[in-house]
Design a protein around this ligand. Structure first.
Ligand SMILES: [Zn+2]
Length: 189
């Protein structure tokens, strides 16, 4: 097993108010997604009362639809904040998560990642949200399911995907296809 220096520095910081829920989701990530680069971060998260007491930055960004979002990001490379939305209503928009690549896009150690939790999420959804952002941390195209559907899915899954798409059901937003897409991203890297 080879683990780069950078991987060992990845660290997940969870706010204590949502720790119980997030711990369950992290256990699922560890069981279902065995990835050397994030294994240590996922199995040894750190709990804090408020991520604002950690080195952080407030970041504004614009999504594909031109909507502006505000998010709290760790100021230290390799750190991942998992924060309680209700504790930060004044500072952040309700947004599932965000990842910003650092200047060295080949390395995951200078990426900054934040995940926002409202507390109403089903565990499986939270599991996938965390995996989504961790995939960004590996510089894998977690957002590009629709563009890669033809390559990522086996014929019968692709058939189902295209039927749902035909009826305007936006299958790229469902966990059924996201789970399979993320699996494919990890297996084909
Ligand atoms: Zn994304």
């Amino acid at each position: 097993m080879q683990i780069s220096d950078g991987a060992s520095q990845m660290k997940i910081v969870i706010e204590s108010s949502i720790q119980e829920l997030v711990s369950k989701a992290l256990r699922r990530v560890s069981e279902n997604w065995r990835v050397d680069e994030w294994e240590n971060a996922v199995t040894n998260p750190v709990s804090v009362e408020n991520v604002l007491n950690e080195p952080h930055r407030l970041v504004d960004f614009e999504d594909e639809d031109g909507k502006r979002w505000a998010i709290i990001m760790p100021a230290e490379p390799g750190k991942i904040f998992i924060m309680d939305y209700h504790q930060h209503i004044d500072e952040i928009s309700s947004y599932a998560g965000g990842a910003i690549s650092g200047p060295d896009s080949q390395s995951n150690t200078d990426d900054m990642i934040s995940i926002i939790v409202t507390g109403d999420e089903k565990i499986g959804l939270l599991e996938l949200r965390i995996v989504h952002e961790l995939l960004h941390g590996l510089n894998l195209p977690a957002d590009d399911l629709a563009e890669n559907a033809d390559m990522a899915f086996k014929p019968h899954i692709r058939f189902l995907y295209n039927i749902l798409k035909f009826f305007g059901l936006r299958p790229e937003h469902t966990s059924f296809f996201q789970r399979r897409y993320y699996r494919w991203l990890l297996e084909s890297r």
